[in-house]
Design a protein around this ligand. Structure first.
Ligand SMILES: [Zn+2]
Length: 268
């Protein structure tokens, strides 16, 4: 069974800090591998609340180091390694998350995974026991390194367009996805922030043509306008099936079906 669980769908500072929507990133179960993507604020709490066992994680992936994506990365490394007593797991992060100004991965927790760290870059490609993780495009997002990603397993592809400004090569870089997750933070462009708006998403989907698009990471403008209504508008404009993620939503990649009921807490 392969499935994506949206631990939280908040994007933008006001929605994250007010927790109007929950935050914490995504838990990917792909061909039996457990991969955590962008462990933002609340990731540990949401994972446990939704019945996941962080000690079962195989890999933690960070698209970029902004706090709404990386806040819980250190505690999730600790959790992945059984509180450091069972060193295991791999970390995949951009170089600027490890060095330079404001490295977000604490040095002492790196030993918990025996420094098993893969450094993301423009041409990154690596296989986690058969689940290939690769950079699809280098994003344009503020002053940090940010990468759009593809996860390829059993002939299927999940794409992830993280926070970015629209650019010409974006749609083509994400062709061939079965499921394409798109961070759509805003409704209108604002020169201060580099984020996608619905019109950008329409341009992406007309070229990329995934089997299904899942919108995620909603800022205040999107929350107020209603993510479901925007998803419908995008679907009508592109002919691409488009879903707005909700907190705790699971998307089953085998059946192409979203389950939006919150999961029962199954923590043992
Ligand atoms: Zn963000």
């Amino acid at each position: 069974m392969s499935e994506i669980t949206f631990l939280g769908t908040a994007g933008g500072r006001m929605v994250v800090t007010s927790q109007l929507r929950k935050s914490g990133g995504m838990w990917l179960e792909l061909d039996g591998k457990n991969i955590l993507l962008d462990p933002g604020p609340g990731c540990l709490m949401r994972s446990v609340e939704l019945g996941f066992r962080p000690g079962k994680l195989d890999c933690i992936v960070l698209s970029h180091k902004h706090i709404d994506h990386s806040n819980d990365i250190n505690i999730m490394i600790e959790a992945m390694s059984g509180g450091s007593f069972r060193p295991r797991g791999v970390l995949v992060v951009p170089k600027d998350a490890l060095e330079g100004n404001d490295p977000v991965v604490l040095k002492y927790v790196r030993s918990y995974i025996r420094n098993n760290i893969k450094v993301l870059g423009p041409a990154f490609k690596w296989s986690l026991d058969g689940v290939q993780i690769e950079t699809a495009a280098t994003m344009t997002h503020a002053d940090v390194e940010a990468y759009g990603l593809k996860f390829i397993f059993s002939g299927r592809t999940v794409g992830y367009i993280t926070d970015t400004k629209y650019f010409a090569g974006l749609p083509g870089a994400f062709k061939g996805c079965d499921c394409l997750i798109i961070n759509m933070v805003r409704i209108t462009h604002d020169a201060r922030f580099e984020h996608l708006i619905p019109e950008d998403v329409i341009k992406v989907l007309k070229v990329a043509k995934p089997k299904v698009a899942v919108l995620n990471h909603f800022g205040m403008q999107v929350v107020k306008a209603g993510p479901d209504a925007i998803a419908q508008r995008i679907e009508a404009a592109t002919g691409v099936r488009t879903i707005a993620a909700s907190d705790g939503m699971r998307f089953n990649l085998d059946e192409g079906k979203a389950v939006i009921e919150p999961m029962i807490n199954e923590f043992p």
